[in-house]
Design a binder for this molecule. Structure first.
Ligand SMILES: CCCCCCCCCC/C=C\CCCC(=O)SCCNC(=O)CCNC(=O)[C@H](O)C(C)(C)COP(=O)(O)OP(=O)(O)OC[C@H]1O[C@@H](n2cnc3c(N)ncnc32)[C@H](O)[C@@H]1OP(=O)(O)O
Ligand SMILES: Cc1cc2nc3c(=O)[nH]c(=O)nc-3n(C[C@H](O)[C@H](O)[C@H](O)COP(=O)(O)OP(=O)(O)OC[C@H]3O[C@@H](n4cnc5c(N)ncnc54)[C@H](O)[C@@H]3O)c2cc1C
Length: 672
């Protein structure tokens, strides 16, 4: 009788334990830094325990892995409602609720209700409207979504075709989807879950268009969830990932809503049809900016989860030979493996600091905006657009590299990496497609650069554009200088300056050669995006360096974070060496030193790699990965995962009787 079983050993895999024993710093100390202090870590642990003591959360993993789309959606609705109920029962604060959502880590069917519907009501409704609608939404007496994107237009909001025509006789808006391309297409939780939608539509009064405004539209009966007259709504179909969410379509046919259902914080329509605006014209775009900021934090969660799985697995997987006399090494010993995974590890910490800094700026600016002071809006719009694009692009790419680094097993659903990549991939598209958002940043940078050229004193994230480039000397004079974080940051800043300067001059030159502005811009779009990327890279490196510099922590924690920060910066210079050389931010000597440093840092990070991912402190259910589990018993967990596979339910699959058996019989009888 074979002794091979799928039972999970009680002890930690010794290969992983060995890694933990040799860490140079205190993991718990770093965990507290990551979560914002001991109290917050404790609170998170308490919430985790409360959630995961319910067996449903474990069962949910199986439905996710093996259920049909409809079963997965249903389980996810159940999960959403369970969490909503727990929130009421335990009177969670907003912060505690956010923590629970972070712990759950995947798409909830009703996710749009809390990620966009409620924030949109908070930002776009008047106080009176809030006391009605926001209260109902927060008590889950209505479930809503944010319906902006249409089949024909997602990016170009001025091209939206859905109309809200004011009828002064009845004091109602008449909502219409005039064409196929005008139908709402994509909103999450729209297809089957929501009974209300915040519909973004072009306001029309007496035949005149007044731009895009938000309207609250009831879609389904509150008694039996049946679709209301004039409304057609459904699911848009299976996606690459995120299939627990019912992204939907919506067609409105002369649906009448009361005048008060237009959210009127930023613009009002009086009963007799007069239009009045308040604040800047882009005030109705406020919800999108919030989510862009949150996407940076999501990108941190995505890449740190991927790094946790990749590093733990690489510490327990042994393959091939390094020393012919020795046993097979852990694959983490191979320099190439480190080169695939450690950029994701360093990126995790870079994005942690960058998203923290962006969130702080957002909160400060939001408080000002609430007081009617909009001066930081343009800077914040451009910073959040750039960082949203940068963090999503880099995290998704890096997690796919980590998936590949796990060899064949990385391709299994049970590894958790494929699902992570597919769930995270839309971060690149949602809330403004990345190229388009980079171009919003580029437009801002060009204006600021022009301001600097005409002698304006700049502040904020672009203040460096008033530097005098003639004073730049590469601050790296020797190999040892390469470890100087301020020097590395200066190199990024100068690269960004030169990239911006070059494209700005080119656009100006093209326009001076009588090219219409739009032609000149389109001729330089690739370089404009390059400039926005260079600026975003500089901001992330700067936030990382400043974040580590400002830390109050023990010497070993500071040391390991400085090493990661140095690696992150050096790796970026090596990877985009063409740009750094072309801008003369570094010369060939410096590049060679930085490349050498990058490789030698791999060896310095190696002993702390497992401890650095342990510090993220992800629960096994959150990670949902046989390869990345805390105990490192990857093989046992992989084998165990096959037990729930419906393919293994019967010894002989029904298809044998249906197809294979008759086929084999026919083949065996055949004379050929
Ligand atoms: C571990 C688990 C992982 C799980 C990961 C899950 C990931 C996925 C989860 C899903 C989450 C959320 C769901 C997503 C929901 C959505 O997608 S909702 C739909 C979002 N849609 C968009 O974002 C549309 C993008 N388009 C736009 O924002 C605008 O059309 C665009 C900004 C591109 C252009 O706007 P226009 O009105 O055409 O303006 P312009 O003429 O270009 O610019 C005019 C000026 O306005 C300034 N501007 C633009 N936007 C803003 C803003 N938000 N705030 C302030 N100012 C703004 C712009 O800079 C211009 O200024 P200037 O004239 O130069 O001074
Ligand atoms: C999973 C998922 C969830 C979503 N949830 C919601 C939701 O809840 N509510 C909602 O309203 N919407 C939602 N969306 C829609 C999403 O916001 C849009 O898909 C997104 O804004 C991009 O718009 P688009 O699809 O029109 O892309 P397009 O604009 O058609 O982009 C296609 C290509 O054209 C390029 N392009 C477009 N315009 C320009 C330009 N000006 N300059 C240069 N290149 C350009 C882009 O770079 C891209 O390469 C969701 C989408 C997804 C995938």
């Amino acid at each position: 009788m074979s002794e091979i079983t799928s039972s999970i050993p009680l002890q930690i895999n010794p290969d992983l334990q060995e890694e933990r024993d040799k860490a140079s710093f205190n993991v718990t100390e770093l965990t507290h830094i990551i979560y914002g202090g001991i109290e917050k870590t404790k609170k998170r642990k308490r919430l985790e325990k409360l959630l995961f003591s319910d067996p449903f959360f474990q069962e949910y993993q199986n439905v996710r892995a093996f259920g049909s789309r409809s079963e997965y959606y249903a389980a996810s609705v159940k999960k959403s409602t369970k969490i909503f109920k727990l929130r009421r029962q335990h009177k969670w604060t907003d912060e505690e609720y956010e923590t629970v959502l972070d712990i759950c880590h995947d798409d909830l069917a009703l996710t749009l209700h809390h990620t966009m519907f409620i924030p949109a009501l908070e930002r776009l409704a008047t106080e009176d409207q809030k006391s009605k609608w926001l209260t109902l939404a927060k008590q889950y007496k209505i479930i809503g979504t944010y319906a902006q994107t249409e089949l024909g237009h997602g990016t170009y909001l001025q091209g939206l075709e859905t109309t809200a025509t004011y009828d002064p006789q009845t004091r109602e808006f008449v909502m219409n989807t005039p064409t196929l391309s005008a139908m709402k297409w994509w909103p999450g939780s729209l297809g089957k879950s929501s009974n209300h939608a915040l519909v973004l539509a072009t306001l029309i009064i007496s035949g005149k268009k007044y731009g895009m405004h938000p309207f609250l539209v009831q879609l389904r009966s509150m008694d039996d969830h049946k679709v209301l007259p004039g409304v057609r709504v459904g699911d848009i179909g299976a996606k690459m990932g995120g299939n627990s969410v019912d992204n939907g379509y919506l067609i409105l046919d002369n649906v009448r809503i009361p005048r008060n259902n237009m959210l009127m914080k930023n613009a009002q329509v009086s009963p007799d049809g007069k239009f009045v605006t308040r604040g800047p014209s882009k005030a109705n775009y406020a919800t999108m900016m919030l989510i862009r900021v949150q996407i940076c934090t999501m990108a941190y969660q995505v890449v740190s989860s991927g790094a946790t799985i990749g590093i733990r697995y690489s510490a327990v997987r042994r393959q091939s030979k390094l020393d012919p006399q020795d046993r097979e090494p852990k694959i983490l010993e191979y320099q190439t493996q480190q080169y695939k995974i450690f950029p994701g590890l360093a990126m995790s910490y870079a994005f942690l600091f960058a998203s923290r800094s962006l969130t702080r700026k957002y909160e400060e600016a939001f408080a000002e905006i609430q007081r009617g002071d909009f001066k930081s809006l343009p800077e914040l719009h451009c910073l959040s657009s750039g960082l949203k694009s940068f963090c999503s692009e880099h995290s998704v790419r890096q997690v796919e590299i980590i998936r590949q680094s796990c060899g064949g097993h990385g391709y299994l659903n049970a590894a958790g990496l494929g699902m992570l990549v597919n769930a995270a991939a839309p971060m690149i598209t949602v809330e403004g497609e990345n190229t388009v958002m980079y171009l919003q940043l580029a437009r801002y940078i060009l204006k600021r650069f022009a301001g600097a050229m005409s002698g304006q004193q700049l502040d904020g994230s672009t203040s460096y554009l008033s530097m005098d480039p003639a004073t730049y000397v590469c601050p790296v004079m020797s190999e040892t200088d390469c470890r100087n974080l301020t020097a590395l940051c200066d190199i990024y800043r100068y690269r960004s300056y030169m990239t911006v300067c070059r494209v700005a001059r080119q656009v100006q030159h093209d326009m001076e050669s009588d090219m219409p502005q739009h032609v000149a811009i389109n001729k330089n779009l690739v370089d404009l995006v390059r400039a926005a990327k260079a600026h975003s890279y500089y901001i992330v490196v700067k936030d990382f360096v400043e974040g580590v510099d400002a830390l109050v922590a023990s010497a070993p924690v500071i040391k390991v974070l400085r090493t990661l920060c140095c690696f992150y910066a050096a790796h970026g210079i090596a990877e985009y060496s063409g740009d750094f050389l072309e801008s003369e931010a570094v010369g060939l000597h410096q590049l060679k030193w930085i490349k050498n440093l990058q490789v030698s840092l791999l060896g310095e990070i190696r002993p702390d790699a497992v401890a650095l991912v342990d510090a993220f402190d992800y629960h096994d259910i959150t990670l949902s990965s046989a390869l990345g589990c805390y105990d490192g018993n990857a093989y046992e967990r992989l084998f165990k995962s096959t037990e729930n596979d419906p393919m293994n339910k019967e010894e002989v699959h029904p298809s044998y009787y249906q197809y294979l058996k008759p086929f084999m019989e026919e083949m065996n009888k055949s004379k050929l």
